[in-house]
Design a protein around this ligand. Structure first.
Ligand code: URA
Ligand code: CA
Length: 442
């Protein structure tokens, strides 16, 4: 089989066979297929698509391109969650400890933030001492003791995705449903969880700009999980504004601590999405018989402080100073040289926000990486003071910047102003949650 013929087949819009897909993934991972051929293949896939069977085969081949984590010696149903990448999305730091407090086993391998979206690992590392590079055995011990641990993916988990993603990033082939679905699901399946809840974002800050595309991606991933014998459910949620108010590493940890301390109202979008994700995990994990029961247990773990206690203990077991995980000390992690309000330039109502631009603004202040080996300043970022639908007046704050290095400050201020659009009349606001996709929807 010549790979050029396989590219041609896909470019003609034909479905590939299992051997062709296996040979492609193995050949590219081993370096036998050159970048230029794989680039052409990714573009053919982006333009012609893949059917559900091809996508499942591709995921399987990618998953087995390197090591897989064996969690079978942990008790119960191993639960995981994944977000397709959001701004101000600190749900993992809330949901994972809450579900553990309700008796769940949450063994999560996570990624780093790149570009405008933050990564859970970077947020955890903003708590002094915390390590996310931990051996699989130690990781499992922590999960045994505390019900929850969050670590980085080990070096040789899905090497095929590392190579393919780097190529897609520079060949305009990221935005393809079969390529995104196989990339995400190969990593989730290789991490060893039995049940996974996905949060598929749609809107200005997401890969999937349109709601219909997001549902199609959600369905594809649920279908892959199903084909591979795992339970998968997906929420489709709005990313037309940051999910929480905080965008930045320690700032988002603080927001998680506030939520777990019962200081954020139940109507808050971050609170609602956390509960909905938690409910799906509880149901898949057999920890509640109904959604209402799951919700009640999760809220109880907020009110009695047991969720916060799990987060604190997890930080400690991962080498960090858990005493910061309390309302008494968390502010110490967000000490910066100066705080600057970005103000509205006219009266009106916030009609839309560009979440990607807000994420980029926080990144430019030092909260994120533009390149893989850039360093992060854990304390910096921004706190939104408004959400879509809020009334603003000329001179009233849109957001507060937490700044240590003001080199890019003028540009950041302009970016935030530009990202928050106002209108004279209030407009209806998108619901944060568009729907949920389960096995029953396939
Ligand atoms: N996240 C991933 O891990 N892969 C993609 O292709 C897109 C988002
Ligand atoms: Ca994330």
């Amino acid at each position: 089989m010549r790979f050029v013929d396989v590219i041609d087949k896909k470019a003609e819009g034909l479905a590939l066979g299992r051997e062709e897909i296996d040979a492609m993934i193995q050949g590219y991972t081993d370096g036998d297929i050159p970048d230029y051929q794989m680039s052409a293949m990714c573009m053919a896939i982006r333009l012609k698509g893949m059917n559900a069977q091809e996508t499942a085969w591709m995921t399987d081949a990618m998953m087995h391109s390197g090591d897989t984590a064996d969690l079978s010696d942990l008790r119960g149903i191993k639960l995981d969650k994944h977000s397709t990448g959001g701004v101000g999305d600190t749900t993992t730091l809330v949901v994972a400890p809450l579900v553990a407090a309700c008796g769940g086993t949450v063994a999560k391998m996570s990624g780093r933030g790149l570009g405008h979206t933050g990564g859970t690992l970077d947020k955890l590392e903003s708590v002094p001492g915390t390590s996310v590079e931990i051996s699989l055995e130690r990781f499992k011990d922590i999960v045994r003791e505390n019900g929850v641990a969050v670590i980085g993916q080990s070096g040789n988990l899905v090497p095929a995705d590392k190579k393919i993603y780097a190529l897609r990033d520079v060949t305009a082939t990221v935005r393809s449903i079969p390529l995104i679905a196989s990339s995400i699901m190969s990593k989730k399946l290789a991490s060893g969880a039995d049940a996974i809840v996905l949060d598929v974002k749609t809107g200005s800050g997401a890969f999937m700009r349109e709601k219909e595309e997001a549902f199609a991606l959600a369905k594809e991933m649920v279908s892959i999980g199903n084909a591979m014998g795992r339970k998968v459910r997906a929420l489709v949620t709005d990313m037309n504004q940051p999910l929480g108010m905080a965008v930045g590493n320690a700032l988002e940890v603080r927001e998680a601590v506030q939520l777990l301390s019962g200081m954020i109202p139940e109507t808050d979008p971050l609170y609602r999405v956390c509960i909905l994700l938690g409910v799906q995990m509880m149901r898949m994990g057999g920890l509640a018989q109904t959604d209402a029961e799951a919700e009640k247990k999760l809220k109880n773990a907020i009110h009695d402080g047991s969720g916060l206690q799990r987060l604190r203990r997890m930080i400690e077991l991962q080498g960090g100073d858990g005493s910061y995980i309390s309302m008494d000390r968390i502010d110490e992690l967000v000490q910066v040289r100066k705080k600057i309000d970005v103000t509205a330039q006219e009266d009106g109502f916030v009609s839309s926000m560009d979440a990607e631009e807000i994420g980029t603004a926080a990144q430019m202040l030092g909260a994120g990486r533009a390149k893989k080996d850039d360093t992060i300043d854990p304390a910096v970022g921004l706190i939104m003071q408004v959400r879509c639908g809020y009334e603003v007046h000329k001179g009233s704050p849109l957001c507060t910047l937490y700044v240590n290095d003001d080199r890019a400050l003028e540009e950041v201020i302009a970016k935030v102003r530009n990202a928050v659009k106002t209108d004279l009349q209030p407009k209806p606001v998108n619901d944060m949650v568009y729907g949920i996709v389960t096995e029953a929807d396939l």
